[in-house]
Design a protein around this ligand. Structure first.
Ligand code: E4P
Length: 217
C-alpha cells in the first residue's frame, strides 16, 4: 500500500519525505487554508519536494470552471493530480482530464456506487472518506471492501485512495481491505512506528549493552 501524507505543511512533508515512507501528498481547501499560504505557491513547493503525485483540489462546482481551474493547476508541475468532487460535473471534468492523460483524484466519495461512476470515467484515484463515515456511525472500512470487490470484478484500474484516516487502526483496516493508497495525517504516520514494547525493548537492550563496556565503532 502506498502512503500519501494528507497535509499542506511543508515542514511535515520534508521531514516525512526524508524517512522514505512517502509516495505522494494530498491537499484540500481546508488544509490550504490552515497553511495560511498561497494555494499555487504551496502546491509548487510541495511538487518540488515530492516526486510522486500531489493532489490539488478545484474550487469551482461548474464543469467549465473545474476544467479551467484544473488546467491551471496541471501547469504548475508534472506531478500535480487534479482533485475533483464526486458530483456529475466533477465526473464530467474527470472524463475530460482522463482524455488528456492528466491524473485525477475524485474526492468526497461516501458510497460504492459513487466509486463505480468514478472508475467508469477513468479517474486515476477514488477517495473514499473513512473517518467521516465512522463519525456518523457507518463502518468506513466496509466501503473500501465493497469498492475493492467492484473494481476487481471489472478490472478497473482506478486506485482506491483511502482518505479521512484518523488513527493507526484505520491504516491497518484499509490495508487489510486492499486499498491501493492511504492518505494519512502526519501525526498518524508518526504513530505507526510507535509501540510501547519496542520502546521497552530498546531501553532494556541499551542498559545491558552499556554494562558490557564495549563500543561498536
Ligand atoms: C482527502 O484527500 C482529504 O484531504 C482528507 O483525507 C479529509 O480528511 P478529514 O475527514 O479528516 O478532513
Amino acid at each position: 500500500m502506498k502512503f500519501f501524507v494528507d497535509t499542506a505543511e511543508i515542514k511535515d512533508i520534508k521531514e516525512l519525505h526524508e524517512t522514505g515512507l512517502l509516495d505522494g501528498v494530498t491537499t484540500n481547501p481546508s488544509l490550504i487554508a490552515k497553511s495560511g499560504r498561497d494555494f499555487k505557491e504551496v502546491i509548487k513547493e510541495i511538487c518540488g519536494i515530492i516526486p510522486g503525485p500531489v493532489s490539488a483540489e478545484v474550487a469551482s462546482l461548474e464543469y467549465d470552471g473545474m476544467v479551467a481551474e484544473g488546467e491551471t493547476l496541471a501547469k504548475i508541475a508534472d506531478n500535480v493530480v487534479i482533485k475533483l468532487p464526486l458530483t456529475l460535473n466533477g465526473l464530467k471534468a474527470t472524463k475530460y482530464f482522463s482524455g488528456k492523460n492528466i491524473k485525477t483524484n475524485v474526492t468526497l466519495c461516501f458510497a460504492a456506487n459513487q466509486a463505480l461512476l468514478a472508475a467508469k470515467v477513468g479517474a486515476t484515484y477514488i477517495s473514499p472518506f473513512i473517518g467521516r463515515l465512522d463519525d456518523i456511525n457507518i463502518e468506513g472500512v466496509e466501503l473500501i471492501e465493497n469498492i475493492r470487490q467492484i473494481y476487481d470484478n471489472y478490472n478497473f484500474e482506478t486506485e482506491i485512495l483511502a482518505a479521512s484516516i484518523r488513527s493507526p487502526n484505520h491504516v491497518t483496516q484499509v490495508a487489510l481491505a486492499g486499498a491501493d493508497v492511504a492518505t494519512i495525517p502526519p501525526a498518524v504516520i508518526r504513530k505507526l512506528a510507535d509501540h510501547p514494547l519496542t520502546n521497552a525493548g530498546i531501553e532494556g537492550f541499551l542498559k545491558d549493552w552499556k554494562a558490557t563496556g564495549q563500543s561498536i565503532l
